[in-house]
Design a protein around this ligand. Structure first.
Ligand SMILES: Nc1ncnc2c1ncn2[C@@H]1O[C@H](COP(=O)(O)OP(=O)(O)OP(=O)(O)O)[C@@H](O)[C@H]1O
Ligand SMILES: [Mg+2]
Length: 252
């Protein structure tokens, strides 16, 4: 390695611009090949570093959000699920609902794409550098119960209230105790009109009384969730089943 290259690499390390280490030479060669001016070359180097920083901040946000899988809106086949209005979902992808601190609720039977859509919107939010957490209703409530036991409930609720978007998946698959319901109510109240929630459930609102074993808490939660929200009632068939049927057909 030449003296200049050594010098450059040592400066890059010192300035913590390690992302430029593997590419600076190539950028320089490319710039020379097309006769860039010094200004243009300098802009190119900076552009590279800005893009790398942005990408790594988005990746960090996606990691922190703890999505169960990575799926995008582009991967969602709206023709398979005509009960979901594509236009409405696309409208949400502008993320105006996060700016307005509104909620999104996906209701419907298993396999219709509730989690897929929730994840896809969550990823869009990460790309826009919002703070996002994805959690199942069960682990959220378990976490709140634990926090209450060890005296850190307020801290936990505050941490959740700082998020731009909280995705709560699968409300209704597990019965909810009175204690869990009360804690969930506290969380929903603390985020009410302060931050968005995307919620998915296999139950329609009429049946939430059964899930919560308590109509009063259920309706108090529904009231706050629904007040500023887009609600999707999905009533198609399971996408999982579609794949299964296709596989059986090809196997026979
Ligand atoms: N319309 C669709 N286009 C493409 N993939 C889909 C569609 N609907 C569902 N899927 C895929 O099918 C699988 C099941 O979907 P998803 O997990 O979103 O269902 P769900 O409604 O959350 O079901 P559950 O209530 O059982 O959690 C996922 O892999 C998802 O990506
Ligand atoms: Mg799901």
């Amino acid at each position: 390695m030449g003296e200049i290259a050594k010098q450059i690499e040592s400066y890059l390390r010192e300035l913590k611009l390690n992302g430029l280490l593997p590419v600076y030479k190539q950028i320089g060669d490319d710039a020379a090949n097309v006769n860039l001016t010094y200004d243009e070359f300098f802009a190119l180097v900076l552009e590279h570093e800005v893009k790398r920083k942005k990408d790594s901040s988005i990746n960090g946000k996606v990691k922190k959000a703890k999505f169960p899988f990575i799926k995008t809106l582009e991967e969602f086949d709206f023709t398979f699920q005509p009960s979901i209005k594509e236009k409405e979902v696309i409208k949400l992808s502008s993320l105006n609902f996060i700016e307005q601190k509104e909620n999104v609720i996906f209701l419907g039977p298993p396999g219709v794409g509730k989690t897929h859509l929730a994840v896809a919107l969550g990823i869009k939010a990460c790309n826009a550098r919002y703070r996002v957490i994805f959690t199942s209703a069960k682990s959220l409530m378990d976490e709140l119960v634990l926090a209450k036991r060890d005296g850190s409930l307020m801290e936990k609720l505050l941490a959740y209230s700082r998020l731009h978007l909280l995705v709560v998946d699968e409300l209704g698959y597990m019965p909810i105790t009175k204690e869990q319901a009360d804690l969930l109510f506290q969380l929903i109240s603390i985020r009410y009109e302060k931050g968005s929630i995307i919620l998915t459930s296999n139950y329609n609102f009429n049946d939430w009384g059964k899930v919560f074993d308590d109509d009063v808490v259920a309706s108090a939660i529904i009231d706050r969730l629904v007040h500023h929200s887009s609600i999707f009632f999905i009533n198609g068939s399971s996408y999982r089943l579609k794949d299964k049927l296709k596989n059986t057909n090809t196997n026979t």
